[in-house]
Design a protein around this ligand. Structure first.
Ligand code: NAD
Length: 483
């Protein structure tokens, strides 16, 4: 682990990670304890209160972030291999994620140079106002297992760009690339203690990171349930919170859509990262006129999806994260069948030593069914039908989540009108799960608190300090003695 600029091993206990695709141990990381988390928080606090990073020029901060980006590029093959072996994701996809992560570090560097406050010269000739943007302080960054290096890169470079110091906890299942990032930060010249990394389980390491009074802000990505607990833990000391949580995202397909493109996006949206993706297009909302043809086409394409060894560059769908999670995915499908839904393709695990699930389409689903509302987090897509625009919007909004949605139509009124009616943080029109650091990302309702990326991404890690300055003789006396 990385605490105060040093590599530390903690108490000696380790967590072993089996590759979910191969069933062999691929990494062994320290099992951090609460005292390790506290040491990391204290190191971050000292680095913030007494260190140079919060006072560093934007130019120097940007130089470090750009150097990190270059080092991520240099080590991309190793980083991609770590994420593939621990997470089970296809290697070609992992390489793309690592390149995407480097790009985000560069974007954060550009925002570091742009960060500024406001000034008010319109308050009268004897009054001047200006608003400074200061780093918020110590930030706890807690990340999930599904996009290990990418998600930490949606948070850490922006917090560092603002001048904050951080404690990072990756998922206990996918810690390797984040630990390697710690080495790259040191190589890039980040001062000691500005970023501390502690591996371990949520209750041991994550919980103190959300409750310790020395922490000013929590930036969390993970499940809605744990996010809720993190917000509650932070509430005692009124920490700022940023939460990126679950999703049950609809793709709405209208009869005038480019069907080939929509089919490709539907199969991609359902199966990308084996569906273990907050942004997964896990609900297909189909206009009745095209529903049957669309589902037949989708079933045909499902058969072409290459599921298997994530180290094979041709693989599209790799392994499911754990045996327990694979069992939960299957249980969702079985429960839907018992409720009257129909499995059109897939529905079960594949015979293999690894943990693989067949791409699955579930039809005849109603909004009352759990599978229409809950985040399954597997390569499972459910289909529902609608007749009118109003029905389409109402179906799209029939979950507690509101992360993203896709609308497929060549008609601008339909595409924009439906997109505006959907309560989601991102609406894709005639595309799906496309992303770029310039555009903010986050959800409505129980998918979120706040946004990541976008031009405000660094501002999120700042406090505003208002300066109200009076110039010249006092003009308004409270007691008229000096008048
Ligand atoms: P999770 O909530 O189980 O764990 C996330 C992190 O929280 C892990 O590091 C875990 O160790 C830690 N944690 C566990 N208990 C904790 C506690 N009591 N206090 C503090 N930290 C604790 O999520 P997961 O299973 O790793 O990831 C899957 C979930 O993440 C899905 O719900 C998915 O939708 C969500 N996700 C959301 C986004 C997004 O941007 N909206 C992106 C990716 C994943």
């Amino acid at each position: 682990m990385w605490i105060g600029g040093h590599e530390v091993k903690g108490g000696g206990e380790t967590i072993e990670r089996l590759s979910p695709a191969h069933g062999v141990v691929v990494t062994r990381v320290p099992r951090g304890r609460a005292e390790d988390a506290r040491a990391a928080i204290s190191a971050a606090r000292t680095a913030f209160d007494k260190g140079r990073w919060p006072h560093e020029t934007a130019s120097n901060r940007a130089r470090v972030l750009l150097k990190v980006a270059d080092l991520i590029d240099r080590d991309r093959e190793a980083l991609a291999l770590m994420d593939t072996l621990e997470c089970g994701k296809p290697i070609a996809q992992a390489l793309g994620e690592i390149q995407g992560a480097a790009d985000i570090w560069r974007y954060a560097a550009s925002l570091a140079r742009e960060l500024s406050g406001e000034s008010y010269a319109n308050l009268g000739s004897d009054r001047l106002g200006f608003v400074l943007r200061e780093p918020i302080g110590v930030v706890s960054i807690i990340t999930p297992w599904n996009f290990p290096l990418l998600i930490v890169s949606q948070k850490l470079p922006f917090a560092l760009a603002a001048g904050c110091t951080c404690v990072v906890k990756p998922s206990e299942m996918t810690s390797a690339s984040t630990l390697h990032l710690g080495a790259l930060l040191a190589e890039a010249g980040l001062p000691e203690g500005a970023c501390n990394i502690v591996t371990g389980y949520g209750p041991d390491v994550g919980a103190p990171m959300t409750s310790d009074p020395q922490v000013d802000m929590i930036s969390f990505t993970g499940s809605t349930g744990v996010g809720r607990a993190a917000v509650a833990a932070g509430a005692a000391t009124l920490k700022k919170v940023s939460m990126e949580l679950g999703g049950k995202n609809p793709q709405l397909i209208f009869p005038d859509a480019d069907m080939d493109a929509a089919l490709d996006a539907a199969i991609f949206g359902a199966n990308f990262n084996a569906g273990e993706c907050c942004n997964a297009g896990s609900r297909l909302l189909l206009h009745v006129d095209i529903a049957e043809a669309f589902l037949s086409g989708l079933a045909e394409r499902s058969k072409l999806v290459k599921v298997g060894d994530p180290l094979d560059p041709e693989t599209r769908v790799g392994a499911i994260i754990t045996a327990d999670h694979l069992g939960k995915i299957e249980a969702h499908v079985r429960a839907a069948e018992q409720g009257g839904a129909k499995v059109r393709t897939g529905g079960s695990r594949l015979e293999s030593n690894g943990l693989f699930m067949a791409p699955t389409i579930v039809d005849k689903v109603t909004t009352a069914m759990d599978i229409a509302r809950a985040e399954v987090f597997g390569p499972v897509v459910v289909a529902l039908t609608f007749e009118t625009l109003e029905q389409a919007i109402s179906l799209a909004n029939a979950t507690d989540y509101g992360l993203s949605a896709g609308v497929w139509s060549r008609d601008v009124d339909t595409a924009i009108g439906v997109g505006r009616g959907v309560r989601a943080g991102t609406v894709w029109v005639n595309t799906f799960m496309d992303g770029t650091p310039e555009l903010p990302f986050g959800g409505y309702r129980q998918s979120r608190i706040g946004r990541e990326l976008g031009r405000n991404a660094v501002k999120d890690y700042t406090e505003e300090k208002t300066f109200h300055v009076h110039t010249g003789p006092r003009t308004t006396w409270w007691l008229p003695l000096g008048a």
